[in-house]
Design a binder for this molecule. Structure first.
Ligand code: HSE
Length: 440
């Protein structure tokens, strides 16, 4: 029998992920020790209330409310509390005491990442966070290690299961946003405050983390453009399918060169039209997927469960084995690489394709006038489809038509100016929808 040195693991939080991490650690300790080359000794679980009801039964003596002492006695601290405080203070305390930290806390990393990474670097510790983006899906390590020798051009991620579930229900079952959200909440996908999901905050945090890793640049959360799904209508979803698309909310991280030849990056979250033939269009329900376009590797897609207690625990345990191995071998942790230090461009710099739907007067010259507006802003039309809305009847209001205009790639600021002009045009009754087209 091999005698392993023990690595002391403190777990903070016993929610759906934390309790599964503790269960698996206790049940599969021997296997994990064999893989890590060290025994993973769970020295305690820091909680607010020792007697709170929990999904998984664990030895009561593991629980403690004395979190600070628990941290001080650990080699590795696993933070699964979530939120900013007290998680931030605990993580800093752990790092300052020389412990490695494993966290699934996307909000903390997106808003305080540099502070935590600096603290880790000071003492040669490391912050591991595979569980922070897309739950069980390995995406942090592939970006950090496997693709470290490549140049990532673009990432398109479905990184929020709740909103993917809602949009999928609207598309496949004709469900309303409200009723699909209620189902997602019942099924446990949604955040405690589902605003974080439907307004895109959760996806924006993940976009900031992914963009930082992919482009070796610190990407502050405030620089991530964010639009949620609350404005997505049933009509848009139906029209999208008819036109060969599906509406998906995407986290997009992209390398860009602006008009002056300056290289930078963009990180943004918004609902977009994705062609039905794109691999992301086949991501249904609450599943997540991250599509990576790299210069040498080409297109890669990572797919799986983006949430869930036991699924996310898999990512945490993977980090735990890595951290324990490093403890056995010794040496400092791997610091975050932000050497590229690229500027993060605002949304106006982005170029993409658009689909604009207009309700217009059905009369001579309308098409020419609309085309003139686009051309005056440098936006080039790729295709136009017209369907008649109301027929003209004598004595009745003017006949109307629906114009669906697909554009070539255009700059977001030009498109915004185009839409503003169209809204004021006398031949346009209303701009009924503007959606970006991604992955075409
Ligand atoms: N509320 C999140 C989601 C959980 O729906 O994907 C995982 O971050």
């Amino acid at each position: 029998m091999i005698e392993y040195r023990n690595v002391r693991v403190a777990l903070l939080g016993a929610g759906s992920v934390g309790s599964q991490v503790a269960r698996l650690l206790l049940e599969q300790g021997d296997d994990l020790a064999g893989r890590a080359g060290a025994g993973l000794e769970l020295v305690g679980i820091g909680v607010r209330d020792v007697d709170a009801p929990r999904d998984v039964e664990l030895p009561r003596e593991l629980y403690t409310t004395d979190v600070e002492s628990l941290i001080l006695g650990a080699d590795i601290v696993v933070e699964l509390i979530g939120g900013i405080e007290p998680a931030r203070s605990y993580v800093l305390q752990a790092l300052n005491s020389g412990a490695d930290v494993i966290t699934g806390n996307k909000a903390l990393l997106a808003s305080h990442g540099p502070e935590l990474f600096d603290a880790a670097e000071q003492v040669g510790a490391q912050v591991y966070y595979e569980a922070a983006v897309a739950g069980a899906i390995p995406i942090i390590r592939p970006l950090r290690d496997s693709l470290a020798g490549d140049r990532v051009q673009r990432i398109m991620g479905i990184v929020n299961g709740t909103t993917n579930f809602i949009l999928d229900r609207m598309d496949t079952d004709g469900d309303t946003l409200e009723s699909a959200l209620a189902t997602a909440t019942e099924l446990g996908y949604a955040e405690a405050d589902p605003t974080a999901d439907i307004e895109g905050y959760d996806a924006a945090q993940k976009a900031a983390i992914l963009a930082g890793l992919a482009f070796h640049t610190a990407v502050p959360l405030s620089a991530v453009h964010r639009e949620g799904i609350t404005q997505v209508t049933h009509e848009q979803v139906v029209a999208a399918r008819k036109a060969g698309y599906v509406v998906k909310i995407l986290a997009i991280c992209e390398r860009l060169t602006d008009e002056d030849g300056v290289e930078g990056v963009s990180a943004r979250v918004y609902p977009a039209l994705v062609p039905l033939g794109h691999p992301l269009a086949a991501v249904h329900g609450a599943k997540n997927a991250v599509f990576v376009e790299a210069e040498a590797a080409g297109d890669l897609m990572f797919y799986g469960a983006g949430a869930g207690g036991v699924e996310t625990a898999s990512a945490v345990l993977g980090d735990l084995v890595s951290a324990a191995r490093r403890h056995v071998i010794g040496g400092p942790g791997v610091a975050e690489s932000t050497h590229a230090n690229l500027p993060v461009f605002p949304i106006g710099h982005v170029t993409t394709r658009y689909q604009i739907t207009l309700d217009v007067a059905d009369q001579p010259g309308v098409l020419a006038e609309v085309a003139g507006v686009l051309s005056s802003h440098g936006v080039s039309v790729q295709n136009v489809e017209q369907s008649v809305g109301t027929e003209a009847v004598e004595g009745e209001p003017l006949a109307t038509a629906t114009l669906i205009i697909g554009t070539h790639r255009a700059r977001e600021s030009d498109l915004a100016a185009t839409v503003a002009t169209l809204k004021n045009s006398t031949v346009v009754n209303s701009v009924t929808s503007v959606l970006r087209v991604e992955g075409a």
